[in-house]
Design a protein around this ligand. Structure first.
Ligand SMILES: [Zn+2]
Length: 479
């Protein structure tokens, strides 16, 4: 007997979009069939007529349950929202898997990176999330500062243990990995078959502009884009791309923010290099002009939101390729923290995003006619699964894949208020945003976890996902 059939929806698969019935047995997709042709008994049927059936969303970039640096919070012992709250918001937003971080968790000045063995760090995070997540989860591992030979010696084993991706920063004081160390990391990750997630900024330019703006009294938060600038992204992306070409390592640029970054990725890909870009959904909506509004830096995530032509380049990148995924850099705090710092060094990074990423992307890209359903599935789920080594277990509606599904109502119009959202924070930068299409049911490995606006899953449902990147993804830009 089948456990669940989703009937009559427009199903988005790698073959295209078609009206189909989706049969689920246990945790997996058992069959895809023409409407009405599935035979036999079934425990439950979901009527999806008029709806779109998508692979469950994959959010590739979150910071959940970590200490907020005192330089950003104004006080010690502030923690971003815990996994229960973030994964609850994720489930309501059609997301079934998120990728958070293990290792050096703080990115702010003065914080010291940790130095425990890689898999011990991963295990600590797994224990913190196990039993506390409504959705599945994984971690990029952060390597910070000068990376010891001993740590580099652990990389291949970590990849074999299902880690797959490593994150580095090229700026932010103690988090910054010096280029010599970085080259050694790149080479070892390449040998092991992993991928690098890179936060690329030019540290010299960032440091110079920070000091200069302070010196002349222009260090207000609304000038963040002058510190974390277009030229900084241009130089840093190109340097990383050159190093990656020598090391033969694949690159996933987290939060691309500038037209120069998009162009650098596009050029590398045109030359056959496996380089993939990520865009955050706030960068698809706002510009640095919005920083000047009252409490305007609430929209900020590092590096910094730039100009209208950068926003347009990111959107175009999502249409035609170099930008492969959407993410949020999820980092949820309350207003008292987010609004505390108001200078280029003290504005807190991030905000709640995991729930709004798919509806905002739909409104900006699908509702406006810029992309179709297949590209929407690609940039909200499938590409992240492929690049980060979860495909086809995740990111696909296909026989044998995990039955992670988001049922989407393309006609549901909603002007977002804080009451519509399910994170722990007391504000949302998306209040007042008009959505024209919204997730209405979320299924994790065959279990309905959100339906009719209610959470029916359990915080013990989520599991850590072991990952391995396909060699084709590491060899050339296949998505
Ligand atoms: Zn981040």
């Amino acid at each position: 007997m089948l456990d669940l059939i989703i009937k009559g929806g427009r199903v988005v698969t790698s073959e295209g979009v078609a009206e189909m019935d989706v049969a689920i047995q246990g945790e997996r997709i058992a069959a895809l069939a023409l409407p009405g042709t599935l035979e036999g008994e079934v425990r439950r049927t979901v009527d999806a007529r008029g709806k779109v059936v998508l692979p469950g969303g994959i959010e590739p970039h979150t910071h959940i349950g970590i200490p907020v640096p005192e330089t950003w919070a104004g006080r010690p012992e502030v923690i971003t929202q815990p996994p229960e709250a973030a994964s609850r918001a994720a489930a309501f937003g059609g997301v079934t898997t998120f990728v958070d971080f293990s290792g050096g968790l703080s990115i702010a000045p003065g914080e010291r990176p940790t130095s425990d063995p890689i898999m011990l760090e991963v295990e600590k995070r797994r224990q913190a999330f196990a039993g506390h997540s409504y959705t599945d989860f994984a971690y990029h591992h952060i390597l910070a500062g000068e990376v010891s030979d001993a740590t580099i010696g652990e990389i291949r084993e970590a990849i074999q243990s299902g880690l797959a991706s490593f994150k580095i920063f090229t700026t932010f004081h103690s988090s910054r990995v010096p280029y010599g160390h970085l080259m050694a990391v790149f080479e070892e990750v390449a040998r092991g078959g992993g991928i690098m997630a890179v936060h690329a900024e030019d540290d010299d330019l960032v440091t110079y502009m920070t000091e200069k703006l302070k010196r002349v009294g222009n260090d207000q938060g609304y000038n963040l884009h002058l510190v974390h600038s277009n030229v900084s992204e241009d130089l840093a992306f190109r340097k990383i791309i050159r190093m990656a070409e020598h090391a033969e390592v694949a690159i996933y640029f987290v939060h691309t923010t500038a037209k120069e970054g998009v162009a650098a990725i596009a050029e590398a890909r045109a030359g056959g290099q496996p380089v993939y870009g990520e865009a955050l959904h706030n960068y698809m909506e706002f510009t640095s002009d919005d920083y000047r509004k009252p409490n305007g830096t609430k929209i900020h995530t590092y590096p910094a939101i730039k100009y209208a032509d950068d926003r347009d380049a990111l959107q175009q990148g999502l249409v035609d390729g170099p930008i492969c995924t959407t993410a949020t850099d999820e980092y949820t705090t309350n207003k008292d923290v987010k609004f505390w710092g108001d200078t280029i060094e003290t504005v807190c990074g991030g905000h709640a995003g995991i729930e709004t990423r798919m509806p905002v992307t739909w409104a900006k890209m699908v509702h406006t006619g810029r992309i179709g359903l297949e590209r929407f599935a690609a940039i909200t789920s499938t590409n992240a699964a492929k690049i980060l080594g979860m495909y086809p277990q995740k990111g696909a509606i296909a026989v044998g894949s995990d039955a992670d599904i988001c049922i989407w109502d393309p006609d549901l119009r909603k002007v977002l208020t804080l009451d519509d959202l399910h994170h722990d924070g007391d504000y949302s930068i998306w209040e007042g945003f008009e959505c024209n299409g919204y997730p209405v049911m979320t299924i994790l490995r065959g279990k309905v976890i959100v339906e009719h606006g209610r959470l029916v899953g359990s915080a013990s449902d989520g599991r850590w996902v072991s990952r391995k990147v396909a060699s084709a993804v590491l060899a050339s830009p296949i998505v």
